[in-house]
Write a protein that binds this ligand. Structure first.
Ligand code: HEM
Length: 423
């Protein structure tokens, strides 16, 4: 694979980069190398034109400077936000006004200040019993089934169950709602406001329901995050603010954590040596996860918009230009990681880009790691041997945003003794 990259009359390094293309889905790792070799910042003509930050240093520079590289839509432009191109159909989501990963500055700081303590490492450690119980409940079911889908039967219901309980959504079965949110994120064609599509209906009903929960918690607070949010900032958050925060948490959690679990279990199926190492010493699971966040690259990149003329990586960026931070390319940058294509759990701890960076870095980073660790530990404890047929794994065909599996069927070949002896 070799991308043809050449300077244009304005000195821009022009490359045929299209992160939505099937070629990219198949060969992105080779492309990252070509892109980084061409330069730290290159220009793609796709989608009206945008810059691509290709190496670790410049991706960080973009993510760390939210005053220069904003998630907001500026000058009334059609393009803005973190997806590129911006989804056209989902206007009813009102991302600019309700979802905090679409605004910066003081308003964003207030939201994060209210939410961060509930997702800190310390708080997540206190959630261990909830995490363990949820993982056990779902694992009991799927191990008995013997064949199940890692994303839809195992990991997504676990994440949805934990987030539901912690936030205090009070949904009897949160999985369908999370799945609707997750589908909206990916399939904008269903997101016509007048659509009777069940995904849109579920989403709208869910939004209204979250408003009811916020109002109920104002009346009668409980021990959950929504109750804390209604009281935070001297009660300044409106119901709509809280609905948006809840929805943003679901948007963040719904598919990413499940995708990461699927990457981890499929990778361990291919690497019996590593699987044996983790079985022998489960304390190594966090190191596996840290390296997995760098290596699997669930988060495939985020967009920003330049708020001023600025030089980046030797290129002249203009106000209003769109910039794509190609996180996975940064995570595989040899300038930072020795032998980046090798999976090495013993690699020195280094800040990866798997959870982004700067003010929008992932709210759920600690929670996600705790959940995936519990998923992996739970599977290895209960299942002595499992198999995944690579021919049946279906990856999603668009890797522009999240690297996910459409289908990830897993087969339990031998149930561990521990499980067999449970009455
Ligand atoms: C392995 C799993 C996960 C990965 C790889 C991941 C990745 C990311 C990344 C890369 C961003 C930055 C987006 C940007 O810069 O525009 C982000 C933001 C976010 N994530 Fe996660 N995430 C994961 C799990 C979770 C979970 C479990 C939650 C639930 C609390 C969550 C909630 C959020 C929220 C609310 C934001 C927006 C933060 C803001 O704009 O201030 N994520 N995530």
């Amino acid at each position: 694979m070799s991308l043809e990259i050449a300077p244009d009359a304005d000195g821009r390094l022009v490359c045929p980069f299209d992160h939505h293309s099937p070629e990219y889905a198949q060969q992105n790792r080779e492309m990252f190398k070509d892109l980084r070799d061409a330069g730290p910042v290159v220009w793609s003509e796709a989608y009206g034109g945008f810059w691509v930050a290709t190496d670790y240093v410049h991706i960080r520079e973009v993510l760390n400077d939210s005053e220069t590289f904003t998630v907001e839509t500026i000058d009334g432009a059609r393009e803005g936000g973190t997806l590129l191109p911006a989804p056209r159909g989902a206007a009813f989501l009102k991302p600019d006004t309700t979802l905090f990963n679409f605004f910066d500055g003081e308003r964003h700081d207030r939201v994060r200040a209210a939410l961060n303590p509930h997702f800190s490492r310390r708080r997540v450690a206190q959630l261990a019993p909830l995490i363990e119980a949820t993982v056990s409940r779902v694992l009991d079911r799927v191990v008995e089934q013997r064949e199940f889908d890692i994303v839809y039967d195992l990991a997504a219901p676990i994440t949805a169950g934990i987030v539901n309980e912690h936030m205090g959504f009070g949904l009897e079965d949160p999985a369908p709602f999370f799945r609707a949110v997750f589908s909206l994120k990916r399939a904008e064609e269903v997101a016509d406001p007048a659509s009777k599509d069940p995904v849109v209906t579920t989403y709208k009903e869910g939004w209204a329901y979250l408003g009811e929960v916020a109002r109920a918690r104002r009346e009668e607070p409980r021990d959950d995050v929504i109750s804390a949010l209604v009281q935070a900032d001297d009660g300044a958050f409106t119901d709509e603010d809280i609905q948006g925060m809840c929805m943003n948490v679901i948007f963040g959690a719904a598919d990413t954590t499940a995708a990461f679990t699927a990457h981890s279990l499929t990778f361990l199926a291919e690497r019996p040596d590593l699987q044996a190492e983790l079985r022998a010493d489960p304390k190594k699971i966090p190191a596996f996860i840290r390296e997995g966040l760098r290596y699997f690259n669930v988060a495939m990149g985020v967009a920003r918009t330049a708020t001023r003329d600025v030089e980046l990586g030797g290129m002249q960026i203009r106000r209003g230009d769109r910039v794509f931070a190609l996180q996975p390319s940064g995570n595989l940058d040899p300038a930072l990681y020795e032998e980046p294509e090798a999976f090495d759990m013993a690699r020195p701890a280094q800040q990866h880009l798997g959870f982004g960076g700067g003010i929008h870095s992932c709210l759920g980073a600690s929670l996600a790691q705790a959940i995936v660790a519990a998923d992996i530990r739970g599977v290895l404890e209960r299942v002595e041997a499992y198999s995944i047929d690579p021919g049946k794994l279906v990856r999603n065909s668009d890797l522009s945003f999240i690297s996910l599996f459409e289908e990830a069927p897993m087969r339990v070949d031998v149930v561990a003794d521990r499980q067999a002896t449970v009455p």
